[in-house]
Write a new protein. Structure first.
Length: 107
C-alpha cells in the first residue's frame, strides 16, 4: 500500500526525498515572477530546517547556561552567608574568652 503524504504530515521530512512540486494546470506557463527561481529550493528548505533545529538547540543551550550561572551564584551567596555567620560566632566566642580571661585576672 503506497500512501502519499500531505502538507501537514509529509511522507518523509527529508527534503531530498520529497516529491518535487508540479505546476498547476490552472496557471499559465511562465506566470511566475521572473526573479523567483526554484534552483536550490531543496537545499534552502533543508538549510532552513537545520537552522531552525540549531536555533532551538542554541536557545536550550543558552537557557541551561543561564540556569547553571544562577545556581553557581546561589551557591556563592549561601557560602557567603555561612561564612559571615561563622565569623560572627567566632567573634562572640572570642569576646567570651576575653571576658573570662579578664575575670580570671581581676580575681
Amino acid at each position: 500500500m503506497n500512501i502519499t503524504g500531505t502538507i501537514d504530515r509529509p511522507l518523509t521530512h527529508d527534503p531530498k526525498k520529497q516529491a518535487p512540486m508540479k505546476p498547476s494546470t490552472s496557471e499559465h506557463t511562465g506566470s511566475a515572477i521572473p526573479d523567483f527561481t526554484t534552483t536550490g529550493a531543496t537545499e534552502a528548505r533543508q538549510n532552513r530546517n537545520r537552522e531552525m533545529q540549531l536555533m532551538q538547540e542554541a536557545l536550550a543551550r543558552a537557557h541551561m547556561h543561564e540556569r547553571l550561572h544562577d545556581a553557581a551564584q546561589e551557591r556563592r551567596a549561601v557560602r557567603l552567608a555561612t561564612a559571615r555567620r561563622m565569623q560572627r560566632r567566632a567573634e562572640r566566642a572570642s569576646m567570651r574568652a576575653r571576658r573570662a580571661l579578664a575575670m580570671a585576672v581581676m580575681q
